[in-house]
Design a protein around this ligand. Structure first.
Ligand SMILES: C[C@@](CO)(OP(=O)(O)O)[C@H](O)COP(=O)(O)OP(=O)(O)OC[C@H]1O[C@@H](n2ccc(N)nc2=O)[C@H](O)[C@@H]1O
Ligand SMILES: Nc1ncnc2c1ncn2[C@@H]1O[C@H](COP(=O)(O)OP(=O)(O)O)[C@@H](O)[C@H]1O
Length: 363
């Protein structure tokens, strides 16, 4: 059993985008060996964890902006179970999960925060419990890793509360058991706080993520073997999330492993100099085709994104969100405004930046 160092903690959970994703091999365990490059961005969920005497976990999830406002942007009913927009063109027999509300996040053991907290309680042999509040900004089922980031930060938060935050190697093992993407979020540079300030006594990601490495990682294996990738500055993104949630397992099921997989090496090299057109040229995502087959609206969205002047337009992860790169924050803002006029309601359009690299890799 461990004692706590503090009674509560606040963590910021960044989203990720996959700048590159190639399938290398279908494995016997149901997973794929992949070659992917992930970048953490400044769109963050907010996690508050409080120690309670009573064992067990309680979890409350709220949306920011509000559920009503998000439903308006997405063109769905706030309480509707049928979240598909009228023009989503999704065959429900191919994607039954899309019929579940995009805004209904489970508050029980189906939530990765819950699973991470339970894993941490067991790992650290704790005889007390946690009251957890999750403020969601990262769209769900979008390929932006929201649930994985929440899980990683829950592990870090509890490790910090019990004075074991130096234990990153064993946390990595726990994280990989929860999901292939979870380990990526364990070691990241600080995310800027959307609230502007961090309440006293409640450290944020920067104080809890151990050694910050880089906001970009090259991930292999099933996504859990990580190497930092140097980046010469910050990238500006426009992200479009249609009112569709795609299941990762289902998208992988529909994918074909190429005979000669493409390497992410040219993309990783181009990140050092931050040459935007080169980066755009070397990006790619092998899961785009199976995701488009499930949700053909993705094609229409990509067309609008290319026309708005963005580069490297593609799906992130297994979708359903897509993103493109802009040269400057200003051009990202202008492209986002054009896209909002064309696609909303029916999609959420957001701008974001990659997290700042650690000082030594900055140009
Ligand atoms: C596609 C990616 C790209 O970053 O992200 P998302 O779109 O989920 O954000 C990841 O590979 C997703 O990782 P993660 O979301 O942690 O997936 P997991 O829970 O581990 O796996 C869910 C299911 O996806 C399939 N899967 C996942 C990872 C992988 N390398 N090969 C697979 O075939 C398996 O069918 C697995 O049962
Ligand atoms: N903490 C969480 N936040 C969001 N969704 C969660 C969480 N835990 C479990 N889920 C479930 O997992 C699904 C996908 O997780 P998410 O991370 O949003 O998508 P993706 O894997 O596409 O990046 C959601 O639709 C939701 O039902």
């Amino acid at each position: 059993m461990s004692k706590t160092n503090a009674s509560q903690i606040r963590m910021l959970c960044p989203a990720k985008l996959n700048l590159f994703l190639e399938l290398c091999k279908r494995r016997d365990d149901g997973y794929h060996d992949i070659d992917t490059v992930m970048v953490a961005i400044d769109l963050v969920d907010e996690l508050q964890i409080r120690v309670r005497q009573q064992p067990g976990i309680s979890l409350q999830v709220d949306w920011s902006p509000s559920r009503r406002e998000l439903a308006k942007q997405l063109g769905v009913e706030p309480s509707s179970k049928a979240a598909l927009g009228p023009d989503a063109h999704v065959d429900p027999s191919l994607a039954p999960e899309s019929a579940a509300s995009l805004l209904d996040i489970p508050c029980d053991e189906r939530n990765l925060v819950w699973r991470a907290a339970e894993a941490a309680v067991k790992h650290f042999d704790l005889d007390f419990g946690f009251e957890i509040t999750l403020g969601k900004r990262i769209p769900a089922g979008a390929g932006m890793g929201g649930a994985s980031s929440n899980a990683a930060m829950t592990l870090l938060a509890i490790a910090t509360l019990v004075g074991r935050r130096g234990d990153l190697d064993s946390l990595h093992g726990l994280a990989a058991e929860i999901g292939s993407d979870v380990p990526f979020f364990l070691r990241l540079p600080p995310a800027p706080d959307p609230a502007g300030t961090v309440p006293a006594g409640t450290p944020n990601v920067s104080e809890n993520s151990g050694a910050s490495i880089s906001p970009v990682a090259w991930a292999t294996g099933r996504g859990e073997v990580l190497q930092p990738v140097p980046i010469g500055g910050r990238l500006n993104f426009v992200i479009v999330y249609p009112a569709i949630a795609l299941s990762t397992a289902r998208v992988y099921q529909g994918a074909t492993v190429p005979d000669s997989p493409i390497s992410s090496a040219p993309l990783r090299n181009s990140l050092k100099t931050l040459a935007i057109s080169e980066i755009g040229q070397f990006m790619g995502n092998r899961l785009t085709d199976p995701a488009r087959k499930i949700a053909s609206r993705i094609d229409e969205i990509h067309e609008s994104m290319w026309q708005s002047g963005l580069k490297g337009v593609q799906l992130t992860g297994s979708g359903s969100a897509s993103f493109g790169i802009a040269d400057t924050p200003k051009s990202a803002g202008l492209a986002a405004e054009t896209l909002r006029q064309q696609l909303c309601p029916g999609a959420r359009v957001m701008t974001a930046c990659s997290l700042p690299p650690p000082a030594k890799t900055q140009t």
